[in-house]
Design a protein around this ligand. Structure first.
Ligand SMILES: Cc1cc2nc3c(=O)[nH]c(=O)nc-3n(C[C@H](O)[C@H](O)[C@H](O)COP(=O)(O)OP(=O)(O)OC[C@H]3O[C@@H](n4cnc5c(N)ncnc54)[C@H](O)[C@@H]3O)c2cc1C
Length: 492
């Protein structure tokens, strides 16, 4: 291989656009939650996002399912900003979610409803203690309402928002991050900050800061695949259901043929109240090799291929599958989907082992339902995540929120979904504000103060004093929080 040719870019003076306490780069679930929490905790906060809307994969990626709000028994574990968001969307008719009476239920009608929509992975789990299937508490949301609501929430928190702005480089002093350079149609500018939160999902800022990170990922994991989500509408689902029920062999044959041709035989029935006759293609299919969201040549190739495959699928369904005759592609996601990649090496790295120890860390910032590990989940229905997973080793002035949290790839794929990233963001934003207020580095933030603050915000945290091993009820903590009273849960 010939040596890579390089060229030197001339140095130049860059305009400082703003100075802030907390600068959040990336406006996905992790970044939005970071910005809102930092600002609500009194920090002068700026959020920059490369696209023209907030929400990251949850909006631009058309990934509009928010699952695992409860464990398999129906016990809710996710509260805090996720519940605030769902409550707000509910008021605008922008969400549908599992009815309260169905959460944890093994009733056939409820289970079949989600299985029939192909939403099994998001809504249904096998109870390994009894062998029956049960319904989880999960929600689906309308991306367009979500975008608007997130704008309102960020601006309402007092944070400043700059869209169409791509975080390009960090400003370093020794081992501390002191701001970011960003690119936009207004040219290259700088924002100085006391704490920078990398919420790009891909770790763009921590790579620039030369923090240690992991990028290994087993090809079998969903986090190793890129996918373009798209929606097909005007489908006559009743006709389709009849065909599938009366000619199951024919349907199977057709889907096998579609798969062989390179199309996508698998879709979800959209269950949003205001979106009848629509199906969602998430296109999550194992790839022969790991696809890398950091390689722009691969991104280009996959985007082109994914469009061809979407069109092939559409043509096939329209031609051969009853119910699809008058369908049309409503939307392809503006953003190619990536679920995993670089992960920061933090002060603590979460591994599969942590599921089995039931450890309630002294810096626990999130309690998550552990639904995806079969019998392990049956024995250990929750997992605690420590704040140290958001704190990079060695590099100061920096926190990481979202899917790039410090974790082994074996666990990242399960604990990096939307409600989890919101929880990490809520903790990172709060910690950043506390660090600024105290004039200390984020890694020095007092865990007790951080946890107390999060509980006041309605986050469900275990009472460390009371817990012996397994996570104990936090009813006493929660009942003190006025915030929790307001955004308790949907459908109650
Ligand atoms: C096909 C697919 C299906 C999925 N299904 C589900 C599901 O049903 N439910 C679920 O909960 N999760 C699902 N996920 C996972 C989930 O969407 C992500 O893990 C989650 O959105 C991660 O949140 P995040 O904030 O860390 O990152 P992201 O959602 O990726 O947000 C990162 C944000 O940062 C911005 N950004 C990136 N780089 C820069 C930069 N340099 N400067 C400025 N801005 C930048 C991006 O534009 C984006 O807005 C799915 C993912 C995919 C790809």
């Amino acid at each position: 291989m010939p040596a890579q040719r390089t060229i030197r870019e001339p140095a130049r003076n860059i305009k400082v656009w703003r100075e802030a306490d907390v600068v959040v780069v990336g406006g996905g679930p992790g970044g939005v939650a970071s910005a809102i929490s930092a600002a609500r905790n009194g920090a002068k906060t700026i959020l920059i996002e490369r696209y023209g809307h907030l929400g990251g994969m949850a909006t631009g990626g058309l990934v509009n399912i928010i699952p695992n709000l409860s464990d398999i028994s129906g016990k809710q574990h996710i509260y805090g900003l996720t519940m605030e968001l769902i409550s707000r969307l509910d008021k605008r008719g922008g969400t549908s979610y599992t009815k309260k009476k169905d959460r944890g239920s093994a009733e056939k009608k409820a289970v079949d409803y989600y299985l029939d929509a192909n939403l099994g992975w998001f809504y249904v789990r096998k109870d390994h203690n009894t062998g029956v299937q049960r319904v989880l508490y999960s929600a689906v949301v309308e991306p367009e309402i979500l975008k608007d609501e997130l704008n309102d929430m960020v601006l309402g928190s007092g944070a400043e928002l700059l869209l169409h702005s791509w975080g390009a480089q960090v400003i370093m002093e020794n081992n501390a991050v002191k701001g970011v350079f960003f690119e936009s149609k207004s040219g290259r500018q700088a924002i100085l900050g006391k704490v920078i939160i990398d919420a790009t999902g891909d770790g763009d800022m921590f790579v620039a800061a030369r923090a240690e990170f992991d990028n290994d990922c087993d090809n079998k994991r969903r986090t190793a695949w890129l996918a373009l989500v798209w929606w097909l509408t005007n489908v006559n689902l009743k006709k389709y259901d009849r065909f599938k029920a009366t000619q199951p062999e024919k349907y199977k044959e057709l889907m096998q043929e579609l798969g062989k041709l390179g199309g996508y035989p698998y879709f979800f029935k959209g269950i949003l109240k205001r979106q009848p006759n629509t199906v969602w293609y998430h296109c999550m299919q194992p790839q022969p090799r790991r696809t890398d969201a950091m390689d722009v040549e691969q991104l280009t190739k996959i985007d082109i291929q994914a469009r061809k495959r979407a069109l092939l699928t559409y043509d096939f369904m329209k031609k051969y599958v009853p119910g699809f005759e008058r369908s049309f592609i409503m939307l392809t996601a503006p953003q190619l989907g990536t679920q995993g990649g670089r992960r920061i090496k933090g002060e603590y790295t979460l591994t599969e082992k942590d599921m089995e120890t039931d450890e309630v860390f002294e810096d626990t910032i999130a309690v998550l339902a552990n639904n995806d590990y079969g019998e392990i989940s049956a024995r250990h229905p929750t997992l605690c995540v420590p704040y140290r997973c958001l704190v990079p080793k060695r590099v100061d002035g920096l926190l990481v929120a979202g899917r790039a949290f410090s974790s082994a790839d074996t666990i990242n794929e399960t604990f990096n979904i939307i409600p989890h990233c919101i929880a990490y963001g809520q903790a990172a934003g709060t910690a950043a504000a506390l660090a600024v207020k105290a004039g200390i580095e984020p890694r020095k933030v007092d865990y007790k103060g951080l946890r107390k603050n999060l509980v006041k915000q309605g986050v469900n945290l275990p009472d460390i004093m009371k817990s012996k091993g397994a996570v104990q009820s936090t009813r006493a903590n929660r009942s003190k929080a006025a915030y929790y009273q307001k955004y308790r849960s949907t459908g109650e």
